[in-house]
Design a protein around this ligand. Sequence first.
Ligand SMILES: NC(=O)c1ccc[n+]([C@@H]2O[C@H](COP(=O)([O-])OP(=O)(O)OC[C@H]3O[C@@H](n4cnc5c(N)ncnc54)[C@H](OP(=O)(O)O)[C@@H]3O)[C@@H](O)[C@H]2O)c1
Length: 268
Amino acid sequence: MTIRVVMAGATGWVGKALVPAIAAQADMLLSGAVSRSGAGQDSGLLVGVPANGVIASATLAQALQAPSDVLVDYTKPDVVKDHVLLAIEKGRHVVIGTSGLGAADYADIDAAARANRVGVIAAGNFSITATLMKRFALMAAKYVPDVEVIDYASARKADAPSGTARELAEALADVRKASTARPVSEVSGVPGTRGAAVGAGEGVQVHALRLPSYILSCEALFGLPDERLTIRHDAGSSAAPYVAGTLLAVRRVQETIGLVRGLDALMD
Ligand SMILES: NC(=O)c1ccc[n+]([C@@H]2O[C@H](COP(=O)([O-])OP(=O)(O)OC[C@H]3O[C@@H](n4cnc5c(N)ncnc54)[C@H](OP(=O)(O)O)[C@@H]3O)[C@@H](O)[C@H]2O)c1
């Protein structure tokens, strides 16, 4: 059965790659696109490919007036939750690429999705190799209790930590054993330089760097006496790595009820 997809953030860095990719899938139909800057224009022409006949809407509410099955959201941290809850209320399944949501937001989204019997798949990083990096780090955390995360991104990134680093830290916090590091509350000087604890329990310290020249990299550093292990992912300058994972989530989300977090949940 053809999956009818609405793309929110159609003219963004990731959206521009996804609009033609969705349209090219034999089992998908681009049924709507949301762009405030390109409203009223053909969404294919807006992203630099031939016209596809899908006219961009200024708001998600307008785009959802036409029938569709799945919303894909790559917009901004301050709008994604409203978008997701609106789509769920309208009976759509949702794939969340946008970063910036926290555990409380995801709990609200899960409750709304269950109440409306729809699925939501959210991943801080839809790239295959970033997902493998998380998987390898979780394997290491079973054996090495001391781990911290470094999150590298461009100077103008709107949120910190990145979705990749947040999801990694939350997952590590769930499996790691107690750290041997001096608790941040006992550190003198400027304790904020020890980063922020992310995740349940004592959490995992995350250090977010924002500098020109970085795109998106994430590092899990593990330490034992006299040895260290670094597991690192680096994204290149195109949005291509996120396309295959997002399309996989679009295909799988209708089998789900409630929230699933992380591409790793789908990969096997
Ligand atoms: N999960 C992953 O694998 C992954 C990968 C890369 C990026 N991301 C995340 O995905 C999000 C988007 O990234 P990006 O690099 O594509 O961003 P971007 O280039 O800034 O694009 C965001 C798009 O959202 C639209 N937008 C902005 N404000 C809006 C609003 N108030 N209402 C509706 N639409 C709005 C903008 O289009 P208009 O101005 O035309 O409306 C813009 O095209 C970020 O949170 C980023 O961190 C996730």
